[in-house]
Structure formats: structure tokens, C-alpha cells
Design a protein around this ligand. Structure first.
Ligand SMILES: O=C(O)c1cc(=O)[nH]c(=O)n1[C@@H]1O[C@H](COP(=O)(O)O)[C@@H](O)[C@H]1O
Length: 239
């Protein structure tokens, strides 16, 4: 069960420490990996990271950096110093930006003698459907663009990408099994889609080659979050 448990990342998309404490306590030992995004980090800052570290949880700090190479590299150095397990940038920032971040993360972790966080790149947001995508006037299709960005991220030295489970198989084919695929847009059968478009069930996401599933509202907004997490873990285990 542990191996499956470590592959479920629960998105703590809340704004207060009271909500964080309640969710983490309710989920208990069912969940070992949490994602802290901009809503929470911009509200409470370091307090949530300290709390999660003391609770023995792994943290994916999802701040989706996107800026010129030097700015992102220095930002990545600052995030590396926080001692989290995973951080991310936007792949659309380009190869030079991603290479600068890779170098700075390695250099910072080595100088502090701490483990290097996984550095991953966001490809095309899972909320994007064809109509939204068309409004960006990209010549490529969504799957082609995702695979292109994944290849670029791999060449720049990143550890993996965030993409929809619908593109996981293509990424796996293009980038190999050691390149991490992190998939949000995960919805158990019959669950509300909310603002997600390119979705799949937990079982289908794993079968398509996802290494980590990011799940927020299907767990955090459930009447019984622990029961919802255990049902997803059971579906993952069977897959
Ligand atoms: O980078 C992300 O984590 C991310 C990328 C993406 O393309 N789509 C996406 O939904 N996410 C995040 O994954 C989580 C999904 O949450 P739910 O839709 O509630 O399951 C949110 O915290 C999003 O910020």
C-alpha cells in the first residue's frame, strides 16, 4: 500500500492553517504527500511547510515559476533552501530558463548538503479544452504541444512534467519511463469535474503511465475526505 500511497499527492487548496490542520489530521496516515499551491502559500507562507514537515509529510511546492532565466533560477534556489520534495516551473518559459533552474537547484542543494528537490515543468494546463486552446492560436494540437514541452524539459535536465493523464502515454513513449509524469485532472467515476477538462479516473491515469496523481477537491471537498482518499488509493492499488 505504501508504494501506492506515495504516488497520491493531495492538493491542499485552502487558505488557512485551521483548514490545513483539520484536513491533515482527518486524512491521517492515508496520505503522505501534499501539494501546497499559491492559495495556501500566499496566505500563510512558511507556516504550512513547517507544519507538514513536522507531521512527516512530503511537500510538492507548486508555485509554477515563469520569468527570465536569472529570476527563475534565483527563485528556484530560494525554494530549494526550503527543503521541499518537489518544485515546478512553466515549461513555456523555454529551455534557457529551465536549464538555469536545473543548474541553480543542483548547486544550492549541493552547497547546503541537502537532497535536491525534484524540478518539474507544467506543460498545458488540464483545465484547457479545445476552445480555450484555440484562443491561444497555437499551431500545434494540445497533445503535440505537451509532448514537445516534455521533450524540451527532459533535454534541459528536468525530472518530469505536469500534464493531463490523457497525454501520459505519449509522454512516456517520448521521454522514457524514468521521466516523472505528474497528473492532475484526476476524477473518480461520476465525480464533479469542476474546472478540469482533460480528465481521467485514478486507474486510467496510472495505466497511462502517470507516476504521481494530484487530487484536490474530490478528496478535500468530500463529506468524508479520508473515505474518499482511501477509495482512490484502493482504485490505484487495483490498477
Ligand atoms: O501544477 C499543477 O499542479 C496543476 C497543473 C494543471 O495543469 N492542472 C491542475 O489542476 N494543477 C493543480 O492540481 C490541482 C487539482 O485540483 P482538483 O481539480 O481540485 O483535483 C490544483 O491544485 C491545480 O492547481
Amino acid at each position: 500500500m505504501d508504494q501506492v500511497r506515495n504516488r497520491l499527492i493531495v492538493a491542499l487548496d485552502v487558505a488557512t492553517m485551521a483548514e490545513v490542520r483539520q484536513l491533515v489530521e482527518t486524512l491521517g496516515d492515508a496520505v503522505s504527500y501534499y501539494k501546497v499551491g499559491m492559495q495556501l502559500f500566499y496566505s500563510v507562507g512558511m507556516e504550512c511547510l513547517t507544519f507538514l514537515r513536522e507531521a512527516g509529510k512530503d511537500v510538492f511546492l507548486d508555485l509554477k515559476m515563469h520569468d527570465i532565466p536569472n529570476t527563475v533560477a534565483q527563485g528556484a534556489a530560494s525554494l530549494t533552501r526550503l527543503g521541499v520534495a518537489m518544485i515546478n516551473v512553466q515549461a513555456s518559459g523555454g529551455p534557457a530558463m529551465m536549464r538555469a533552474a536545473v543548474e541553480k537547484v543542483a548547486e544550492t542543494a549541493a552547497s547546503l548538503e541537502i537532497p535536491r528537490p525534484k524540478l518539474i515543468a507544467v506543460t498545458v494546463l488540464t483545465s484547457m479544452d479545445q476552445a480555450e486552446w484555440a484562443s491561444l492560436r497555437s499551431a500545434a494540437s494540445i497533445p503535440d504541444q505537451v509532448v514537445h514541452l516534455a521533450r524540451m524539459a527532459k533535454e534541459a535536465g528536468l525530472d518530469g512534467v505536469v500534464a493531463s493523464p490523457q497525454e501520459a502515454e505519449l509522454i512516456r513513449e517520448a521521454c522514457g519511463k524514468d521521466f516523472s509524469i505528474i497528473t492532475p485532472g484526476v476524477r473518480p467515476q461520476g465525480a464533479a469535474l469542476n474546472d478540469q477538462s482533460r480528465v481521467a479516473t485514478p486507474a486510467d491515469a496510472l495505466k497511462a503511465g502517470a507516476h504521481y496523481l494530484v487530487v484536490g477537491r474530490p478528496i478535500t471537498a468530500a463529506r468524508d475526505p479520508r473515505e474518499a482518499a482511501l477509495a482512490i488509493l484502493e482504485e490505484m492499488r487495483k490498477a
